[in-house]
Structure formats: C-alpha cells, structure tokens
Design a protein around this ligand. Sequence first.
Ligand code: 13P
Ligand code: SF4
Length: 331
Amino acid sequence: MSNQTQHRPEATQTASKKPVLPRDLEDEIRRLRKEMNAVILAHYYQDDDIQDIADFIGDSLDLSRRAAETDADVIVFCGVKFMAEVAKILSPQKTVLLPDMKAGCSLEDSCPPEAFRKFRAAHPDHIALSYINCSAEIKALSDIIVTSSCAEKILQQIPEDQPIIFAPDKYLGDYLNRKTGRDMLLWDGTCVVHEQFSERELVKLKTRHPEARIIAHPECPEPLLNHAEHIGSTSSLIRFVSGNNPSEFIVLTEPGIIHQMKKLAPESVFYDVPGTSDGACASCNVCPYMKLNTMEKLYQCMVNRAPEITMTEALRLAALKPLEKMLAMSA
Ligand code: 13P
Ligand code: SF4
C-alpha cells in the first residue's frame, strides 16, 4: 500500500468539556451492566482490560452466534462497527451499543456498495460470497456471508461448477482458492493490519527463535502464510496454542489476541511480529479501529446509551438473509 497511514481512523471527537469519570471504572461498568440488563461482547483484538470485563470474548462467528442467542436487553459490542451491525441484524429488538462509532475496518472501506453492485451486475452468473468484514449494505447485496472460521465448510456445500465472487478480502479469498481448488473472482480489498506484517521481521524472529511455531490469520498475504504451521481464525489460533504442549509461538495477527493466549497457555512464550520495519509505521500490527474502544468509552456509551447501531428495517432484512445462511451452513 503506497500510503500506510491512509486507513488510520481518527478517534471520535469528544466534547470540549471532559466527562467526569468515576474512580473505579470497572465497578461502575459492572453496576451499569446489571442495571441495564446488558451483555458485553468483545473481540480478541480489544485491549486487555476490555477483554477482562467482557461477558464473552470470541471470533466473528462466535460473536455473531452469541449476539443471536443472548436474552439481555442491551448488547454492548466491544469490537468494530460491522460486528455490532451483525448483532443488530440478528437481534433487532435489542439496543446495540458500540463505544466508538468510528471503529470501522479497512476491508469494509474497500468495498463501497455502488461499486460492488456494478461488479455483481458485470458477473450475473456468479453468486456472491462475502466475508463478514463488510458493511450491512454489502451483506444485503450478497448471497452468503462467511467468516474465516466457517468459509471452507460453506464452500464445500456449494457445487464445484458454481462461479463465485468473493469480497472484500483478496488475501483471504486467495487463501481459500488455494486451499479448496476454487477459482473465486476476488474483490481487491485488504486488511490494513495483516497486509503490513513484515516478512523480513518474521524471518528475523524465526532465526532468533528457531523452535518457535508460526501461526497466522488467513488475512495475511501468501508469502507470510507460507511460513505458518497453522492458519485460522482468531479462535482457531487460540485453540491451537492451548491444545499444544508449552512452546514458543510467533503470532501473525493482531497482538491483542496474545492476552487470551497467555491466560490459556501460561507456560508458552509469544512473539508478535512488527509491521513495516522501515520506521514508517512502527505499530502497524495493531488494529487502529479496534483500539478506538477504551474502558472510558465503554463506560460512557453505557451511561449515554449511545452511540447506538441503527438501520432501516429494509436493510436489516436484506442483510439478515445471507447471515442466516451462514449460521445454518456453518452449524
Ligand atoms: P476473526 O473472525 O478471526 O476473529 O477475524 C476478525 C478480524 O477482523 C480479523 O482481522
Ligand atoms: Fe478490519 Fe483488519 Fe482491523 Fe480486522 S484487523 S477489524 S480486518 S482492519
């Protein structure tokens, strides 16, 4: 990517007067959760303190399932916007809050609905399989949604001669094509975090720690995945680490995940891989969108019951169809 900072979001502007925060934020969040009958869902890329206070932590598929099943009145979603939208689509009667509405995703940004509509129209014989990392509008234009943990299983259920468009992550699509022998037509989108891992830094790390086992998220480009012993969703990477003997692991995904890995495999050692090593973007391995959420914003969104995810019922129903297919085909 030519301009490494182009996807970096700005935090939502706070009001000129700083809010007064309680001294014990965690106790207050717990109190509010009870008072509101809320459930706090968090993705593995959230800050450690957010993961620690959440009722449930998971990958995109786990979080979708949990959002569909919960009997809470309010879902406080500590993740990015497309994940909170999925919660709203699956649980429309619930209030869904996102601590920072600017917590987007570079994959979502890469796929504007009008361009995608035209792309689909140009390939009328193709069905559209879309990665969950996209807007509700793209979901509404898609036939089936997948996550990295269920994409292969879903692909196995689609006839081999059926042409498929895969959007928006070209690296995940490329990985799935290699893994399944398909020839899906790929949308040209990337994750700003996973595309910037440095192979040079990875090789340096492996040279310094030759016993370390390399594990990777399939949003990484092929040259990085070629080094990995295990490739999978965030939940799959955590299962791999906790299901193996204590070891050293080089982790090719957002380093927020290491918090749970350390809890589940306390005797193992984990190395995260830097982003670009030329100094242009020292912390490019950190998702700038996920990290917009903080404990302070989590508390404030519960106090204000905002920002809240809303959408028209027509959009929700259109986006629900391919999501329901995902849930049924991945069961
Ligand atoms: P998972 O579904 O593997 O948690 O991935 C979500 C994501 O955004 C990875 O960048
Ligand atoms: Fe999107 Fe990448 Fe952040 Fe995941 S890590 S939310 S794919 S920008």
